[in-house]
Design a protein around this ligand. Sequence first.
Ligand code: SF4
Length: 340
Amino acid sequence: MKKKVNIPIFITDTGCKNRCSFCNQKHITGKQFIFDLEAISSSIEIALSTLCDNQSAEIAFFGGSFTGLPIEEMQKLLDISQKYVNMDKRVTGIRFSTRPDYFSAEIFEVLSLYKITTIELGVQSFDDKVLAKNCRGYENGIVEKISREIQQRGIALGLQLMAGLYGANLESDFKSIDSLCKIKPNFMRYYPTLVIKDTELENLYKLGDYIPYTLKQAVVAGMYAMKMCAENDIEIIRMGLQSSVELRNDDIVLAGPFHNAYKECVYSEIYYTFFKKMSEKSKVIVPMKIVSRVKGHKKMNSLRLPSFEFEVVERLVEDIEINGVRYTFQDILQSIEITR
Ligand code: SF4
């Protein structure tokens, strides 16, 4: 099977008319919808020229609310993309991210004229109180409705959630993950909320009204997401920092569970929770490929389990052996309970 890749076109911050509490508005207000169509064409062509024979690609519009663009602008981008879908068999379709409430019969009609293969919705939470407190501007019913409409059209669906939003707690975040699993998207992204400069969340944080998650809380939320998504066969394509380059700038992130290896921390804690159920003097055989996850970020698990012996081997791929018994990661997830 061919490996799927994205040909990313960043339409950063365009198409959005909202003011979510955690989003840096300065970069959004006043943005013009003027796209350099020639530049878009040439970046698609450059990407295609580097595509290997064993790869297929979707042309992917990221970073904005695609269906929030004026329809004629959206169509210009779709026309360009469809041209490559028609003339290059390696381009399997078009993909974009948007908000769940930026759809209408007219938009679906326009979309039906193109080969849309994947839509990602920034959902953030399924808790109506949390959605309202963060000025998302819609209620969870619309997410379910639009998700179904996308799925009924045979388009792959991705949903994005955030942990620890203003007004959320682990209980509401666990429930949001349960709601996402009921919809059964093809994949999800999971981001712990960070306090970003020049956001409403910054004001709330400075007033003491918003207390961000600790890293420990964010990891617990991530563990639950990982367990539930594994049980429901939902791929987690990203967990941790949002892809914005700006977040790597220290001045931009003011507070919150910022960690470069958040996903690794989640894996480590899952292994640790499992190991705690074993006898104190256990021997763990670990494949080289996953040694940092099993022994923990900065060897945290080895330090917390001093009587455990870890032996690193090349022969296993991703299963581990404990006291001679082999366990898949799925076995491990199934056997642990994640509590708030
Ligand atoms: S988070 Fe998304 S929907 Fe909310 S204001 Fe920012 S760009 Fe718009």
